[in-house]
Design a protein. Structure first.
Length: 277
């Protein structure tokens, strides 16, 4: 799964939404074209009829929510007069009645839609709507992080003559992404973020085949990444959720492994070894 792919995050958002709302069914997907998204993931369904269904922007409940960039809900999908009915057959086959749709909006652009549904014609309460919107917001944040990683990897893959200011941006973002990864609850996304950070670091290594004199732990790399951005021990601790004394301990350990004696030397050695960009 590549950094630009958000299928794992869609699945997690749907599971979270269903757990927090008590809805019978949740499904959704991301845009596959300029005016179309496809239902890629489902939970609670009893048939496969919704999987792969292509939804045009403006059509049906989800298409209308995407076009308006705001959540919509209907108490009885089949009899609703506020939506078009291109997808009635699929909805009826799955036995859905009340349906809500929440657009996923990243930097002002709709990227997909999450749906929640009941098999009875009941009005959704504020709790269900709020929980569905919260799941969409978390998905938006995950997609925004993926977008940034993808952009930084594109920069890192440019020739080494790239704008030095751009490389400084990559280095600063690398530290921020490593710190963010520690707060990501999804272990799969956390691993992928750290993997992408490793690729960013290796892309700028003075010797791409080099290896650090001794293996650094993930936390030691986190601390060095903060130090490389000019952070003090106190600031690094705040970013990483560590006490300043613990940051200092990790820093001492990494300097010992790298065979250096100062913070600056540790950063330089880590960059040469491809540990930091």
């Amino acid at each position: 799964m590549g950094v630009a792919d958000g299928s794992a995050e869609v699945r997690e958002a749907l599971l979270r939404m269903r757990r927090s709302t008590g809805l019978s069914v949740a499904f959704g997907g991301l845009l596959t074209g300029p005016r179309q998204f496809r239902i890629s993931d489902m939970t609670g369904t009893t048939t496969p009829v919704l999987r792969g269904l292509a939804i045009r922007t403006g059509s049906g409940l989800g298409g209308k929510a995407a076009a308006l960039a705001r959540p919509l809900a209907v108490t009885d999908y089949h009899s609703s007069h506020v939506i078009s009915h291109e997808y009635d057959t699929a909805v009826a086959t799955e036995g859905l009645r009340s349906v809500l749709a929440v657009p996923v909006v990243v930097r002002g652009r709709v990227r997909g839609v999450l749906y929640g549904a009941l098999r009875r014609p009941l009005a959704f309460g504020d709790r269900s709507l709020s929980a569905a919107m919260a799941a969409a917001r978390e998905l938006e944040q995950s997609l925004a992080v993926r977008d940034e990683v993808h952009r930084l990897l594109s920069v890192a893959q440019q020739p080494t003559t790239a704008d030095p200011a751009m490389w400084e941006e990559v280095r600063e973002a690398h530290g921020e992404l490593r710190a963010l990864a520690q707060r990501v609850p999804d272990p799969a996304l956390r691993r992928e973020l750290l993997s992408a950070c490793g690729r960013l670091a290796r892309a700028s290594a003075a010797d791409p085949g080099a290896a650090p004199p001794a293996p650094l732990s993930p936390r030691e790399v986190d601390v060095l990444a903060c130090v490389a951005s000019g952070a003090t021990n106190a600031v690094a601790g705040e970013r990483l959720g560590l006490r300043p004394e613990t940051v200092k301990s990790y820093l001492r350990s990494s300097m010992r492994k790298l065979g250096v004696h100062t913070r600056l030397e540790a950063v330089v050695a880590a960059r040469r070894a491809g540990v930091l960009p």
